[in-house]
Design a protein around this ligand. Structure first.
Ligand SMILES: [Zn+2]
Length: 571
């Protein structure tokens, strides 16, 4: 038995061996031998090293946000790992989850590395002993006492919340993480000094300041400078996304409380989990992405019910969206919490951010090393088991990349933020579903404009459909997976996917455009309704899970799934 800091490792050494040897995928970041690295100017090479350092430092903040024991358990595991192979194996799983516990995307319960160490609804953003019920009680109490200013801070995206008497108190990230942020800011300033690109230098300066000042305007300015970067040799992102906090959104379940907060003009935003990434912009990959971008204004006109809401993308205006394909040097923090997956692209800032609310653009970064880390052997087995032979030739990893480009563009089409957030608890599932269906339903338009050909269209359909197959019933808190389930069911219900007698998929390519258009129309209607009830209905009606799903899930599990990641950083 091995205990770490007084906690017993809950997984047996045999279990750990299986997880590491059979269920873990390496994700290789670039090293100094990488061609794109060798071609960098000397200054940019130095800058990149400091950006990687900054990202590593930010990882400590994410660990602290996620669980109160993360930092100490990681340190103790690392200490023990040098002389104890059991601890070394537990450390590998810790690094894959980037925390003491987390979902692996398959098991309905979170994987817990240490006995008695569980994850919390409010992560470490909130006191760990705070229930949703008490949380709501305290908010009501504080409202009655006129503590609106404090509540505004408590319900903001950028504070850690602690108890104070019978109330709660918010500590801004810049104060709670003052030490970590000042070290990271320092690395960013050194990187700015070495960088050869003026725009990028400028952004790094703003980003460093945003880490040092308790002022949301600084985040806005950093975001705005970041979002316009298109022609820079290097990439660095401080990501702030609020999908992990499950405590703040419980407020949306209590409509009286929502109303009360609205009356006091208090906005409710879940907490941001921090992530950081650094890398080198890949020119060739970026050119392909920009070809898709050039179609966006045209696509906006084709959106259903386009006259019912304002189009963010005006045909005569430059689309406020930059896009780059990046060779990654490191993924840290939220990006490295591989809990059921690892992201292949990310479009920021999100709608809740001041930069977007005040008219700033977005920047979309595609992760080359992640999408190239697929398991060929497993793909072959999956196709053999679940797809009719004649469709196998249409399965193609690069086609998935094209789908993802369309998905990311899809976020920029359709009704704006006010409609999306009105759906409360269901907003992310509906929005991710929308981005998916925009991508697939608009794909024939890219054929018409010559960006892709008919063969590639079939590849995109086939590859996307195979990627809809789920290895387990999705958690309602996983918007992308819920979307996959909805689309799969929709395609079956409307005949675009046919299941053969021996449980294999056939695809009716000719039906795809019409069937996808229907779900796009319905999705936009849901967003325009601003009704969480309507959103829930849509999800429930299309999110059923039955025998066929169980069969597919068990088949995928039998083939072997690698839910754990070993992100290897060399720089
Ligand atoms: Zn998305």
């Amino acid at each position: 038995m091995t205990t770490i800091n007084g906690f017993e490792i809950a997984l047996s050494e045999e279990q750990l061996d299986k997880m590491i040897n059979e269920q873990m995928m390496p994700v290789e970041m670039i090293d100094t031998d990488f061609d794109g690295y060798k071609k960098l100017a000397e200054g940019d090479k130095k800058a990149l090293a400091h950006l990687v350092m900054a990202a590593r430092i930010i990882n400590d903040a994410a660990l602290e946000q996620d669980h109160p024991l993360n930092l100490v358990m990681k340190k103790e595991l690392e200490k023990a790992a040098s002389s104890n192979t059991y601890a070394a194996k537990a450390l590998k799983i810790f690094n894959s989850l980037n925390g003491v516990a987390g979902f692996n995307g398959i098991a309905p319960q979170p994987i817990e590395i240490f006995a008695g160490v569980h994850i919390y609804k409010g992560r470490n953003f909130y006191p760990t002993d705070l229930s949703a019920e008490e949380f709501h009680q305290i908010i009501r109490r504080m409202l009655a006492r006129g503590k609106t200013e404090q509540l505004r801070k408590i319900l903001s995206a950028r504070s850690m919340v602690r108890r104070q008497g019978d109330e709660l108190i918010a500590i801004d990230y810049t104060e709670y993480f003052a030490d970590i942020f000042s070290k990271a800011a320092n690395e960013l300033e050194v990187a700015a000094h070495y960088s050869t690109n003026e725009e990028f230098k400028d952004y790094l300066g703003w980003q460093a300041q945003a880490l040092l000042q308790n002022n949301e305007d600084m985040d806005m300015l950093a975001d705005k400078h970041w979002a316009v970067l298109q022609n820079t040799p290097l990439e660095f992102t401080l990501s702030r996304e609020n999908y992990d906090d499950e405590m703040t959104p419980t407020i949306f379940d209590d409509s009286d409380l929502v109303k009360l907060l609205e009356e006091h003009n208090i906005e409710v935003t879940p907490k941001d989990m921090l992530g950081a990434r650094a890398g080198i912009v890949n020119q060739k990959g970026t050119e392909l992405i920009l070809k898709f971008k050039s179609q966006m204004a045209q696509l906006a006109k084709l959106m259903p019910l386009a006259d019912k809401y304002e189009q963010k993308i005006e045909s005569d205006e430059e689309v406020k969206q930059t896009m780059v394909d990046v060779d990654l040097a490191t993924l840290q923090g939220d990006y490295a919490q591989c809990r059921g997956g690892i992201t292949t692209a990310q479009n920021l800032p999100n709608d809740d951010k001041l930069a977007v609310k005040t008219g700033g653009g977005r920047r979309n970064v595609f992760h080359r090393q992640v999408r190239m880390s697929g398991d060929k052997d497993r793909t072959k087995k999956m196709l053999d088991a679940l797809l009719e032979q004649e469709f196998h030739r249409y399965y193609d990893d690069e086609a998935e990349h094209i789908f993802v480009i369309g998905h990311e563009n899809g976020h920029s089409l359709g009704p704006d933020a006010g409609y999306k957030t009105a759906l409360g608890l269901y907003q992310h599932t509906i929005e991710e579903n929308k981005a998916d269906v925009v991508s697939i339903s608009m794909m024939p338009e890219y054929v018409k404009s010559g960006v892709i050909n008919e063969e590639t269209l079939r590849k995109v359909y086939t590859t996307w459909i195979m990627r809809l197959l789920l290895k387990a019933k999705p958690q309602p808190s996983h918007p992308h997976r819920m979307g996959d389930l909805i689309h799969f069911n929709w395609l079956i219900k409307h005949g675009a996917i046919v299941i053969t007698a021996d449980n294999k998929l056939r695809i009716d390519f000719a039906l795809m455009p019409k069937v996808m258009r229907q779900i796009l129309v319905e999705t936009i209607e849901v967003q325009l309704s601003k009704s969480p009830k309507r959103a829930r209905q849509f999800i429930e009606e299309n999110g059923e899970w039955g025998e066929l799903h169980e069969y597919i899930a068990s088949t995928l599990q039998r083939i072997g799934i690698k839910p754990y990641k070993d992100i290897r950083t060399y720089l």
